[in-house]
Design a protein around this ligand. Structure first.
Ligand SMILES: [Zn+2]
Ligand SMILES: [Zn+2]
Length: 98
């Protein structure tokens, strides 16, 4: 078993795994709240038609120029330790280990 390693381009953390070949892993830093450093919880967007009816309707907003709420469908994690809660839309960072 060989050892492969790489550095996350987002948080700079060194990641090591045992693998005979180069592999791509996902750094979990996107789950860490940048404000308090705690693990955030997955955020399930409120997709009820009542909330998003206007923004997602092409006829109502043909040029997609409308301002969108911070809590859009892009939000994937939330830290509720803050007021208001911190909503993150960071995506998992892929790190090549070799
Ligand atoms: Zn990272
Ligand atoms: Zn936090």
């Amino acid at each position: 078993m060989g050892l492969v390693q790489g550095v996350c381009s987002c948080c700079g953390k060194k990641i090591r795994r045992e693998s005979p070949v180069s592999i791509v892993v996902t750094c979990d830093c996107y789950r860490v709240c940048p404000l308090c450093g705690e693990q955030m919880e997955p955020y399930v967007p409120d997709l009820s038609p009542r909330t998003y009816r206007n923004e997602n309707c092409v006829e109502w907003d043909p040029f997609k120029a409308a301002e969108r709420d911070e809590r859009s469908t892009a939000t994937v994690y939330v830290c509720r330790r803050h007021d208001p809660p911190f909503y993150s839309n960071r995506l998992p960072v892929e790190v090549l280990l070799k």
